[in-house]
Write a protein that binds this ligand. Structure first.
Ligand SMILES: Nc1nc2c(ncn2[C@@H]2O[C@H](COP(=O)(O)OP(=O)(O)OP(=O)(O)O)[C@@H](O)[C@H]2O)c(=O)[nH]1
Ligand SMILES: [Mg+2]
Length: 434
């Protein structure tokens, strides 16, 4: 797999005598080459590598880390952002419906999933709702039998919808029901209609798209078509073992914004794993090299955790907003600070304070286009600077103004909090992760 080349990037950084612009540019080019070869969408490659370059050249090294670790950390974090989310299916009573093109690996995956959930202690059954391919019934039945998994199918019934209806009646006592459906060489109307009908009857908790990693960049078109046709909740990437193009399927998931649930890494039922983004990226970069580093990052960032009381004493600049947004992105949009700060008491316009993922991204891009002076002393940002920043960051004047308004509101809140009686706050401040 060409993503293997990413391990060499880490090695190159580790072995370098020092980190300079030339080295950063070189590793950015190496990463670009590796990702493009792995069929990652060119736009995503650019996003990922631009971010790595910018951060590696600009960001200050965290105290307690050396410059090499710092750059590896940035590569790790940006790749992690690039592979997107994983979908963790909880271990409770649910129904999963598998869809996908012919030969993508649905039937094999049905058995893999069933074994996965059975091993976790759920009563699991598989249902054959593929009435198009004559051997489908036998294939799933045999797989199920060899792993002692309950199977339901009706060999001579051509009505897949009816089969599913009957299956659900029969399998009431099971926790996890996995429905294997028919694949076709293209997404034809007939198949779509059948899929929709099955989904209506089965009412699955998860409609999972099975994507063959070997199709590379074509994955994006396929994923979009299925998502538009029936709305999918997660993706399973199969045949990750035998291809150098797995990046295409990863890109596709990110493009349609659907999380990846599992990865198939071989023909055998055991060759299957939950998609854990952090573990996945760590492995790409060379597990041994990276694990210790990640632990160190965690340690260092914990030590840097800000004491809110101390935070309130200092001046509040756009740099703090930047850190705050990064912390929020790490912790998720509803960060502790927003849950716990009594905005109500300060008469704050909630629209200004509302933070979506999209807005966080935009604000960061805007701040990346500001000078150090502007970040530290936002007062100097006048209308001509606003225009320059908007053009430089590819945003609008409105966007830049919105950020400044957010900053002002936040600053006000901080100021008012400072004023509260002798610094004693009427509520407990959260420990913020920045
Ligand atoms: N190497 C490898 N082969 C796989 C993997 N998953 C499935 N296969 C193989 O891919 C081929 C097709 O798998 P199936 O499970 O029959 O595919 P399907 O989507 O059910 O096919 P249709 O029912 O015809 O649409 C089989 O030869 C499987 O052994 C995987 O993760 N790795
Ligand atoms: Mg099949």
């Amino acid at each position: 797999m060409s993503l293997e080349a990413l391990k060499d990037v880490v090695r190159k950084i580790t072995r370098s005598s020092s980190i300079d612009r030339k080295l950063v540019e070189e590793i950015v080019r190496d990463i670009q080459r590796a990702l493009i070869k792995a069929d990652v969408n060119v736009r995503h490659v650019k996003e990922i590598t631009d971010a790595i370059k910018k951060r590696a050249l600009r960001e200050e090294v965290l105290e307690g880390m050396n410059p090499k670790e710092h750059v590896i950390k940035i590569v790790y974090e940006e790749l992690l952002r690039g592979v997107g989310e994983g979908l963790e299916i909880p271990l409770k009573k649910s129904k999963i419906m598998l869809v996908g093109l012919q030969g993508s690996g649905k039937t094999t995956t049905a058995a893999k999933l069933a074994k996965f959930f059975k091993d976790k202690g759920l009563r699991t059954a598989v249902v054959c709702a593929d009435t198009w391919r004559p051997a489908a019934y036998e294939q799933l039945k045999q797989l199920a039998e060899s792993y002692k998994i309950a199977f339901y199918g009706e060999k001579d019934n051509k009505d897949a919808v009816k089969i599913v209806e009957n299956a659900l009646k029969k399998l009431r006592d099971y926790d996890m029901i996995i429905i294997d459906t028919a694949g076709r060489h293209a997404l034809e109307r007939e198949l779509i209609d059948e899929m929709i009908e099955i989904a209506k009857v089965a009412n699955p908790d998860y409609k999972l798209l099975v994507l063959d990693a070997a199709i590379g960049q074509l994955a994006s078109k396929q994923a979009k078509a299925f998502h538009e046709a029936i709305g999918i909740d997660g993706i399973i990437i199969t045949k990750f073992d035998g291809t150098a193009k797995g990046g295409g399927a990863l890109s596709a998931a990110r493009e349609i914004g659907i999380p990846i649930a599992f990865i198939g890494t071989g023909e055998k039922v055991e060759d299957f794993e939950r998609f854990d983004p952090a573990g996945f990226v760590s492995r790409l970069l060379g597990m041994g090299d990276i694990r210790a580093l990640i632990e160190k990052i965690e340690r260092v960032t914990k030590e840097e955790e800000l004491d809110p009381e101390k935070f309130l004493k200092g001046t509040f600049t756009l740099k703090d907003i930047y850190k705050q947004i990064e912390a929020m992105q790490k912790m998720g949009p509803i960060s502790k600070i927003f849950e716990l700060l009594p905005f109500g008491a300060f008469k704050v316009d909630e629209n200004v304070m509302e933070m979506t993922q999209e807005k966080m991204k935009k604000f960061k891009v805007i701040m990346d286009s500001m000078t150090e002076e502007e970040l530290l002393n936002p007062k100097i940002i006048d209308s001509s600077r606003i225009r320059r920043i908007a053009i430089g960051s590819g945003t609008t004047l409105q966007d830049v103004k919105e950020l400044l308004k957010y900053y002002k509101t936040m600053k006000n809140v901080m100021k008012k909090m400072k004023k509260l009686e002798k610094g004693r706050l009427p509520f407990k401040l959260p420990k913020l992760g920045f």
